[in-house]
Write a new protein. Sequence first.
Length: 338
Amino acid sequence: MRSPKLHRGHGLNKLRRRCDIILGILFSVNIVLFFLKRPNKASIANPRQSSTRRSASQLRRGIANPRQSSTRRSASQLRRGIIKKQSSSKRSAREEKRNDFSPPHPTFPRVFGARVWNKNVRCAFVTLLKKGKDITSYAGFLESSTRLRRTFQLKSEYPHYVVYEGQFPDVHQKGMILSAPWLKFYNVSHVWGNDYDRPPPEFWNATDRSEGYKHMCRFFGRQLFQIAALEIGLDIVMRVDDDILFLRQVNYDPFQIIWQSGAVYGFGSLNKENHFHTELTFTPWIREYCQQLKQIDYIGDDDDDFDAPNESLSEAERRRRQAKRLKQRRKIKDSSSD
């Protein structure tokens, strides 16, 4: 039977031997690592050989050719630059479109195919005008015709034809030409209101519009373009009513757009006014507005008209009533702003 002391001593010796083995292994590993970290004398003596070894190492990693590497980098940078340039150009285009308030170029269905624009294309504005009492009756039309020149970027000084029926005084024509030298006058009495190209009776005899209105639609719908094309000798006509006022500049020539698109007809509309609905909504509003004015002028007093002089009122009473009216005006103004 072993004694406990001998058994315990034998175990300690065995543990010491294992620790010595582990320490020896660690010491050997440290020595190997130390020599591996030391610089190679041959490489220090021959730097070209060292660079050769490094290039060989780089070759194994696939980047031995610096020209190829730079080419790859430049190609990658070029792709990134193109993408960046495209994104910046798209962004600038979007910002430009957002900041551009001019209307876009109209597009029309092609009928004749694309046509080459040239200075020989005959274009003109056309307006149907009635004879006025005097030269001042045409002030609105002259303003409309002048704004056409300022609105569009016209390629040429196109004439503006005034077509009329009956007699148009020469004095009126000369006075208008002094203000707008691009105007020309053309009598259409031989076309207006005759039976040429009359629609079917079931349409013409309808009672929803007057006879004059139907003649006007027929004239503008077909006869006007026949007159312009055959008699006056125009290729493109733009009809403009005498009460049309352009308020914003447009960055194109409408005649050039029509011609190059190959279209035969084009029209534009910004909004549609329904007079019936306008009357329904406007009438109650204007009545309420008048009622408010009536309350301002007549509230709390028995006089018929405060603005009219009243000799029976003293100066103090007149000032008191004026202050009262002013107070009521401010009260209504504040309530409407809220």
